[in-house]
Design a protein around this ligand. Structure first.
Ligand SMILES: [Zn+2]
Length: 116
């Protein structure tokens, strides 16, 4: 499962953050994950809850995931628009297929709360 390796990478990142802040515990983690990142958020939470058991500093940690929608910007008329899939995306304003991605590929930690 792809999400397990992501969860393991996340834990490494949290270890670093906890160390830098002299924190005993990490309590809340907020992630931003784009719809285009290919990550299944439920699987990621499930994987994280399973691997966190081996790390006492994460015993009370909960993950909150903010899903970032796909937002494109039309290269023709410069209008931003939202679209769920990449495949048949088209500017609703001028029907152009010429656009760039503004967001939806995110995969990062937005915020971490710790207990010192
Ligand atoms: Zn357009």
């Amino acid at each position: 499962m792809h999400e397990v390796s992501i969860a393991l990478g996340l834990i490494e990142e949290l270890k670093k953050i906890a160390r830098e802040n002299n924190a005993k515990k990490v309590t809340n983690i907020k992630l931003k994950i784009g719809k285009m990142s290919g990550i299944v958020t439920d699987s990621l939470i499930f994987a994280f809850d399973a691997v966190k058991l081996e790390h006492p500093f994460l015993s009370e940690a909960t993950i909150l995931i903010e899903e970032v929608p796909m937002v494109y910007e039309c290269n023709k008329c410069s209008k931003p628009f939202e679209m769920d899939a990449y495949a048949f995306a088209m500017c609703p304003n001028c029907q152009s297929y010429n656009f760039k991605i503004l967001s939806g590929e995110e995969q990062h930690i937005e915020n971490v709360e710790v207990e010192v």
